[in-house]
Structures are given as C-alpha cells and as structure tokens.
Design a protein around this ligand. Structure first.
Ligand code: HSE
Length: 331
C-alpha cells in the first residue's frame, strides 16, 4: 500500500470474482494488533510481526461454509459457521460479491491467546477474508474487506470498531479518521520503533472492558486527549520517538481499565525505568505494551515484567517485534 490515505470508503457493488474451483486451498497468516495505542481509543492501531493466526481455506463442491477444525483455542470457539466470526465475515463477503454458490471449508489455527487485547478475533477474521479474496482472484482494493471484518468485531464483542481489523488488514500504523463515513488513513512510523508486549494470563473480555468505561467526559480531559493524539500522529510523521513517547498518555480509558490488569502501574514504572519510550494497555487489555528504541530494551522489559508476574503467580506470554507493515500473507 503506497499511499498514506487509503481512500474514503463508499460502498459500491463489487464485480463478482470468477475464481474458486473445487479442491483449491490456501493458508493465510494475519497479524496481532495493538489497538488504541494508549491515547487513541477506537481510532489508532498497529500490527506486529508476532503473534498471529492462521486460516486454511479449501474450496469444496458443496455450496455453504463448514469449519472442520479449530486448534489453539482450548475448545472456546464455535465450530458452527453461523456463530464463528471468521465464517460469518466470509459469508457477508460472499454475499456482497454474489458468490454464495461456492462451498468452503475452513480450518482456524489460533496462535495467540483469546481475549488478550491483541486483536485475536481480528487476526482470525482478516486471515479468513484475505484467504477467500485470494482464492477467488478478487483484485479489489483490500479496503473493501474492512466492513466485513468489522462485522466480525461486532459479533465478537458487541461493537464494530476498526482499530484492530484495519491494521491487521493493511499492516502498519492506521488511523480511523471517521467511522461514518468510514475513512481510514495509513500513518508512517519510525523504522527503529520496537514493541514489547506482555500478556498476563487473566481474563479481560473486550465486551466487559468496553462496558466499564465512562460514557461522558470533561472538556479539560478531552483537551488533554486530543492534544496527545495530535502529538502522537505528529511524532509518527516527524519520526520523533520522544514526541511519540510523551504523547502516549490516556486520561479517559486507562484510569478505569488499568484496574483490570494486575500491577499495571508497577509494570509501567518498571518498563520506564528500563528505558521504555512509552507504556500502556494493548487494546482492551490485559496485554500491556511498551515502545522502545531498540530490541535489547524491549527484551529486557518483557523479561522483567514476566518475572514480576511470575512472582504474583500469574502466567504470561511475551512478544517482541517491530511494526509489521506487511499485514496478512499467504504462507
Ligand atoms: N478499541 C477497542 C477497545 C479495541 O479498546 O475496546 C479492543 O481490542
């Protein structure tokens, strides 16, 4: 994707793609994402190299979608195609392109924790949509897939936000400038920005993490917040990592959601002491992330935070990566 500005989304009829013969199959990876990026609730997100989910999709001779296998979910996700976000999004796409005639079988391989704040459902949904688009030889702009991916989010947590699905779909750093009409802008970022992610193994469902946030905000908090969002976006354009760091402050959502994360403020203090540029909640949590100027600092932070969580008798996973500009890929 060359342009920063992807395009204003105006629904338009898609040409029916003609591909998709019985027996064809494809395996697609789509990346995890960090939504909100601290100050940009529901409007900012970026993709990382790992973790991510994989979908294997096969064209079958019997019209309709089946899900034959899901791994890595501890039995938590439904095999019923009417209830799974991947198949539901793919079905919406097939309807829009006039290809409900084809049959599909889906295998979903979860390679990341569910309910982690890392865009788990988005990665699966985007992998499924990218798989069907590729199988059918549909060369429409990937932005056309975004509304279908948002349907999956709506099903997963009751709200069709795009700050996970958009970066999973396009890669890189993405701003949702507007939801109505949908207007998505890809942002530049410094190449040497590293991301350290730690997932403390506690349950924070996005649906519930959305219910606890305040519905009304004070003007003085709004002023602080939009100053920080503008500062973060400016820092990304100016490649100014220090400006990025001092802009990543959230006075609206983090004060409430941090209560759901064990020792959130202690972990922030430890990360900042080790040289983090910034620290915050990834998406709706419980994962936390830090930006750093190099890989060694990112690894030192994940190690320290995981040790701390072990001391609290809380299991954890960690991931270190730069920002993933590629988005979904065929394996
Ligand atoms: N913006 C969404 C939220 C992301 O914070 O609820 C969910 O991962």
């Amino acid at each position: 994707m060359e342009d920063n500005k992807l395009q204003e989304f105006a629904p338009s009829p898609l040409a029916p793609p003609s591909g998709g013969r019985g027996g064809e199959s494809i395996r697609v990876f789509a990346p995890a994402t960090v939504a909100n990026v601290v100050c940009g609730f529901d409007v900012l997100g970026f993709a990382v190299d790992e973790p991510g989910d994989e979908v294997i999709m096969r064209i079958t001779n019997k019209p309709g979608i089946t899900i034959s296998k899901i791994t890595g979910d501890d039995g938590r996700l439904p095999l019923d195609p009417a209830k799974n976000t991947v198949s539901v999004s793919v079905q919406h796409y097939l309807q829009s392109v006039g290809r409900t005639d084809i049959g599909l079988d889906i295998e979903l391989h979860k390679k990341m924790p569910i309910g982690s704040g890392l865009g788990s459902s988005s990665a699966s949904t985007v992998a499924g949509l990218f798989a069907i688009k590729t199988l059918l030889g549909d060369d429409a702009d990937p932005i056309k897939l975004l509304p279908f991916a948002m349907k999956g989010e709506e099903m997963a947590c009751g709200h069709g936000h795009a700050d996970n699905v958009a970066p999973a779909l396009f890669g890189g750093f993405v701003l949702i400038r507007s939801y109505e009409p949908l207007d998505v802008v890809r942002l530049p970022h410094p190449k040497d920005l590293w991301c350290a992610i730690v997932f403390p193994d506690v349950d924070v469902p996005t649906r519930e993490a959305r219910q606890i946030i305040r519905k009304n905000i004070q003007m003085k908090d709004a002023v602080t917040q939009w100053g920080n969002i503008a500062g973060l976006v400016s820092g990304l354009f100016m490649q100014d990592i220090d400006l990025i760091g001092r802009s990543m402050k959230d006075v609206l959502v983090e004060p409430v959601r941090s209560m759901l994360i064990p020792d959130f403020y202690k972990m922030r203090e430890m990360a900042m002491e080790l040289g983090a540029v910034s620290f915050g909640i990834s998406g709706s949590g419980p994962s936390v992330f830090a930006f750093t100027k190099n890989e060694a600092t990112a690894r030192a932070i994940t190690q320290k935070l995981q040790q701390h969580l072990t001391g609290l008798k809380i299991g954890s996973n960690s991931y270190v990566s730069t920002i993933n500009d590629a988005g979904p890929k065929v394996l």
